[in-house]
Unconditional design. Sequence first.
Length: 273
Amino acid sequence: MSDRITTPRLSIPRLGFGTWRLSGAECQAAVESALGLGYRAVDTAEMYGNEEPVGAGLKASGLPRGDIFLTSKVWWENLGRIRQHCEASLSRLGTDYLDLYLIHWPSPDIDVPQAMHDLARLREEGLARAVGVANFPAGLLKRAIETGVPIAANQVEYHALLSQDRLLEVTRAQGIVLTAYAPLAQGRLASDPRIGAIAGRHGVTAAQVALAWLLRQDGVNAIPKASRPETQKANLEALALAAKLTDTDVAEIDALPKDQRFVNPPFAPDWAT
């Protein structure tokens, strides 16, 4: 299994570093640590309020900008000013371009053709090398695909307690990467006894098993957040574990209930559409 997912629209590390809820000096230190350990993808967003420390961490790492896959997102309330907000993100991050720029959430009354057109302009002008969406359910993603804009990724909540089978049917058919955020169900899977039993058979942690279950899937990458270097390193080790999970391990995880969503803000679209 390759450590990267490559499609006609992008080549992205299978495991990236998420920064949601990291801020200030802690965020900068975590980004530096992650890059020092070998992460080469960093995910942020204007709504996180941490693009400046993320940028400082990138700079302090000493790595060439081209070695790092950098993602940011425009908040749903700002879809009428996508270019302005992308430029502001670039300024805060201290970079000339993003590797991937996403619509963070669809607004309740999103004008899909206009929003996708505005994203496409960013790609054409070199501000973003690839564009995509986040938190788009299958029906809305199909509408975005129909605009003809090359969608590289859809970032959604995905973990061993939440099915994304319907969405994966769409993303895999269209060559769109599905990026899993909250891949440990906001930490719940780290102490799940059912996954812990599988971890015991491999001499690893439940969190590593839960991540490995995601990382072994076709067209799926994950962006766990971890501020401590020890946890960052453990998450990286899940890449090797992904190839070692047995059919029995996978079947046991597949059999867990898959109806637990933990990120569902009041402005979210109807997930059934």
